[in-house]
Design a protein around this ligand. Sequence first.
Ligand code: AHG
Ligand code: MN
Ligand code: MN
Length: 338
Amino acid sequence: MSKLVTIERFIFDNQPEYAKGDLTNLLYDIALAAKIISHKTNRAGLQDILGRAGAVNIQGEEQQKLDVFADQTIFRICDHPGRLCVMASEEQDNVLHIPDQYEKGRYALVYDPLDGSSNIDVNVSIGTIFGVYRYKEWELRGRKEDVLQPPRDLVAAGYILYGSSTMMVYSTGQGVHGFTLDPELGEFLLSHELMRLPEPPAYYSVNDAYFNRWEPEIQSYMRWLQGYAGVGDIAAPSLSGRYIGSLVADFHRNLLRGGIYMYPAEKQKPDGKIRLLYEAGPLAFLIDQAGGYASTGREAILDMTPTELHQRVPVFIGNRSLVEKVEAFVRKEQPIRL
Ligand code: AHG
Ligand code: MN
Ligand code: MN
């Protein structure tokens, strides 16, 4: 019979001695937030029906949007245990300080509380993404500088997928591990130990409605992925297309089946759409741990130093062979055809 391992036990057993404190506990905190958001997500459609009369719930509170709820849940769980010195959320303009009455800890948390928000109202998978950095300077901890660090310096990163089941996937730099929530027990159980990107890859994932807005090199790369003759020096592996429009869900599927997710720059959006701090950075850390690679097309996302909280970057993330190929197209080293 296979072992039954809870996320708490796995985190504790697999953490080096020095980290068996705040980081371990912070990951438990995030798992708790995940359970609360998951519960709320599963009731989202019902709450719509129950709250339709004036959008006021049974406690007399106004119905909250799920992304605001997720944002506040993570903050309220993480602001007081003394593990964090600062947080930054995709939903907030500025960094979130630890309230004065609580102790400041050694870690900084970045998060996208609800990823794929356009999918909430249509009952399609959504997610949460997070990353954890160590403080920069002890005496000054709690500043923006604590979160403006290259993703390579993350000490942990992960995501929660609210899909056909809820999963939490994370890495502390010793591989990527996945846990599935048993809703009856309220426990995340180890279901995917040491996840690695399979070869050959199965999928490409992109919003190709924007094809006409991309640079010619990216358009050609797309044609290469699709198997057009005369593009690129060697044939691409045979791929199928899948695009959900929730980065977490697209990333998760490609992690299990192999593939590439991309959100290129556009003529009117030279940095694309995906945010470096809350989305691209943590997922770049995970893909590296799973044997893959993340690039802007020009440089490795892991090595970028963010300069602004809400900075956006073009993203190509997945199996290394597919991502390195897009870099070769961008360097104009590949035969192109439009
Ligand atoms: P968010 O909901 O956190 O703002 O992120 C949405 C992102 C990402 O999840 C997804 O891959 C992408 O936006 C979809 O954008 P398009 O609708 O432009 O394809
Ligand atoms: Mn997002
Ligand atoms: Mn979001």
